[in-house]
Design a protein around this ligand. Structure first.
Ligand SMILES: Cc1cc2nc3c(=O)[nH]c(=O)nc-3n(C[C@H](O)[C@H](O)[C@H](O)COP(=O)(O)O)c2cc1C
Length: 366
C-alpha cells in the first residue's frame, strides 16, 4: 500500500495545487462515506487493529485520531473510521459562515515533510455543519468512533464578543458530537491567539459551561499553540479545575520556521501562516511533557504535531499524551498511516509488557 501511494499516487497528487487536491480528495471521501460497499472496501484496505482507550466517558477503538482542519464541513464523517482513525475532530467551524483568507493559502514544504497554511477558518458556518451532521445521522451512516468538533471564532466577531460567538456554535452543535475543542490557537485569524490569555479564555469557558448542562455534560477541551511559553501554559492549566476542562489538545501549528539553506523550502517558509508536520514534532512533544508534568497527569492530553510513525506516536504517549491526532502525515504517507501507527503501538506495548495504552502514558514524562 505505501509503495503504491509513495510511488504513484503521491507524485500525481503533488503535481496539482494543494487546496484543489484537498477539495477533490474530500469529495471522493464523501462518495466513500455514502456507499456501504466502498466504505467496506476502504476499511478492508486501511482499517486499523483494535487498541481501545476509554477517556472522557467515551470509548475509542484506537488512540489515533484525525486532527482538526481536514474535514471542516463534515463532508466525509463516515470515511474516517474506514481509514483506520479511532476518532475524528471536525471543523474548525465558526458561528458565521466565512470564506477564509485569500488563496493561495496552503503550501507543501516537501523536503521537510511539512505544510504551511493560512486558511483562516474557511467554513460554511455552524448551522450548515449541523445540517450535514444531522443528515449523516439520519441516513444511518454515523461512524462507530467518537466525533469531536473544533470551535473557532468568526472573523467578524470582535475579541470582546468572542465568548458569545463560541457559545452560539456550541449550543447548536452540542447534541451532534461527542466532544468539543475550543480553538484559541490558530495563527490565521487576527488576534485569535490573544484568547489564550487566562482572563479571556476563562470568559469563553464560563460561557460554554453555563450551557453545558444536563445529565451528561459534553467534554470540553482547549487547543493550545506550540509557541506559548511554559508560564502561559501554566495559566491555562489553572482554569482546568474551575472550568471543568476535560483535557488539552497540544498542539496547533507553529509560527516559527526551522533553519534551512534550501531555496524551495525558504520560499515556502516565507509564506504567512502556521507550520505543521515533521519540524513541529519536537516542540509539540515538549509542550505535552510540560503539561503532563505540571498537571501531575491529572488532565488528559491529546498529542498532535509531527506524528509520522509509531516511534513518534510512542514519544508523545510516553511524554504524557493519552490520545493522538495526525494531519500532515496523512498527506505525506497516505491512507495507511493510521493503521501503521496503531499496529506499531501494539508491538511497543507488547515489548514493554503493558496490556493497556494508559500504562505507557507519561512514563518518560517526569
Ligand atoms: C491545512 C490545515 C488546516 C488546519 N486547520 C485547523 C483548524 O481549523 N483548527 C485547528 O484546531 N487546527 C487546524 N490545523 C492544525 C492541525 O489540527 C494540527 O494541530 C497541526 O497540523 C499539527 O499536526 P500535524 O503535524 O500532524 O499536521 C490545521 C492544519 C492544517 C495543515
Amino acid at each position: 500500500m505505501s509503495w503504491l501511494y509513495n510511488g504513484i499516487v503521491r507524485p500525481v497528487l503533488f503535481a496539482q495545487d494543494s487546496e484543489k487536491i484537498h477539495d477533490r480528495t474530500l469529495r471522493a471521501l464523501g462518495c466513500v462515506s455514502r456507499s456501504a460497499l466502498l466504505h467496506r472496501l476502504v476499511q478492508s484496505l486501511c482499517g486499523a487493529p483494535e487498541l481501545p482507550v476509554e477517556l472522557f466517558g467515551l470509548k475509542f477503538p484506537n488512540p489515533v485520531g484525525l486532527a482538526a482542519g481536514m474535514d471542516k464541513f463534515g463532508q466525509a464523517v463516515p470515511a474516517w473510521s474506514a481509514l483506520g482513525f479511532g476518532f475524528s475532530e471536525l471543523g474548525a467551524v465558526t458561528w458565521q459562515a466565512q470564506s477564509g483568507n485569500p488563496a493561495p493559502r496552503l503550501f507543501r514544504a516537501i523536503k521537510d515533510e511539512a505544510i504551511v497554511n493560512s486558511m483562516g477558518f474557511n467554513n460554511p458556518g455552524a448551522a450548515a455543519l449541523a445540517g450535514a451532521l444531522t443528515e449523516w445521522k439520519r441516513c444511518g451512516r454515523w461512524p462507530g468512533h467518537p466525533v469531536g468538533i473544533n470551535l473557532g471564532k468568526s472573523k467578524v466577531t470582535p475579541l470582546d464578543k468572542a465568548a458569545e460567538d463560541y457559545a452560539c456554535s456550541f449550543r447548536l452543535l452540542r447534541p451532534l458530537a461527542d466532544f468539543f475543542v475550543v480553538n484559541v490557537s490558530s495563527p490565521n485569524t487576527p488576534h485569535l491567539r490573544q484568547l489564550q490569555d487566562k482572563a479571556a479564555l476563562d470568559e469563553i469557558l464560563a460561557a460554554l459551561q453555563q450551557i453545558n448542562i444536563g445529565p451528561v455534560p459534553s467534554p470540553i477541551l482547549v487547543k493550545v499553540a506550540p509557541d506559548l511559553s511554559f508560564e502561559a501554559l501554566d495559566d491555562i492549566l489553572e482554569l482546568a479545575m474551575p472550568r471543568r476542562l476535560a483535557g488539552i489538545v497540544a498542539t496547533n501549528t507553529t509560527l516559527t520556521r526551522p533553519p534551512t539553506t534550501d531555496e524551495a523550502l525558504r520560499r515556502v517558509y516565507a509564506q504567512p501562516g502556521g507550520l505543521s508536520g515533521r519540524p513541529l514534532r519536537q516542540r509539540s512533544t515538549e509542550v505535552i511533557r510540560h503539561l503532563h508534568r505540571q498537571s501531575q497527569g491529572a488532565l488528559p492530553i491529546i498529542g498532535v504535531g509531527g506524528i509520522f510513525d509509531a516511534a513518534d506516536a510512542w514519544e508523545k504517549i510516553t511524554a504524557g499524551a493519552s490520545l493522538l491526532q495526525i494531519y500532515t502525515s496523512l498527506i505525506y504517507k497516505g491512507p495507511g498511516v493510521a493503521r501503521e501507527i496503531v499496529a506499531g503501538l501494539q508491538s511497543r506495548l507488547a515489548e514493554q509488557g503493558f496490556t493497556r495504552l494508559s500504562q505507557a502514558v507519561g512514563t518518560t514524562g517526569n
